[in-house]
Write a protein that binds this ligand. Structure first.
Ligand code: DQA
Length: 147
């Protein structure tokens, strides 16, 4: 069974109470449960984690090599700042889908730049928690096509 890593960056542990008008009311635990149910129906195994630390996210991306077939990454604010995360993704050469709950292009200018997008297979943003399920489907069909 193919395994995918769903990796969440800084402040996403606060989902549910963090700016609910922007990020919705689902907690990260709710999102994990939705993802597990969705992935199971598609014969995918998932690992789901979150860290507020850039280095821990780098370690998780490095450790994914050989363990997971691809990554869904909501890097939070590191999306807009982290050359290190971009380099890690390029370095492990795994398919990565960049994900955001909010539509980053409809928000402040500083959120319009993404270092992750340059090395991502694609980007999904603006669909709230549902975006995680869209990303699972997108990665799943990519992996099936890639064989
Ligand atoms: C986010 C968007 C980022 O700009 C922000 O810093 C986050 C969450 C999103 O999921 O919409 O922390 O990645």
């Amino acid at each position: 069974m193919a395994s995918i890593l769903i990796l969440n960056g800084p402040n996403l542990n606060l989902l549910g109470t963090r700016e609910p008008e922007v990020y919705g009311r689902a907690t990260l635990g709710d999102i994990e449960a939705m993802c597990r149910a969705h992935a199971e129906g598609r014969g995918l195994d998932i690992a789901f984690s979150q860290s507020n630390h850039e280095g821990a996210l780098l370690d998780a991306i490095h450790a994914a090599r050989g363990r997971h077939a691809g990554i869904i990454l909501n890097a939070g604010a590191y999306t807009h700042t982290s050359v290190a995360l971009m380099d890690a993704i390029a370095g492990v050469a795994l398919p990565v889908i960049e994900l955001h709950l909010s539509n980053i292009h409809a928000r402040e200018d500083f959120r319009h730049r993404s270092y992750i997008a340059r090395v991502a297979l694609g980007v999904i943003c603006g669909f709230g928690a549902q975006g995680y399920l869209l990303a699972i489907d997108a990665l799943h069909s990519h992996l099936e096509r890639a064989g």
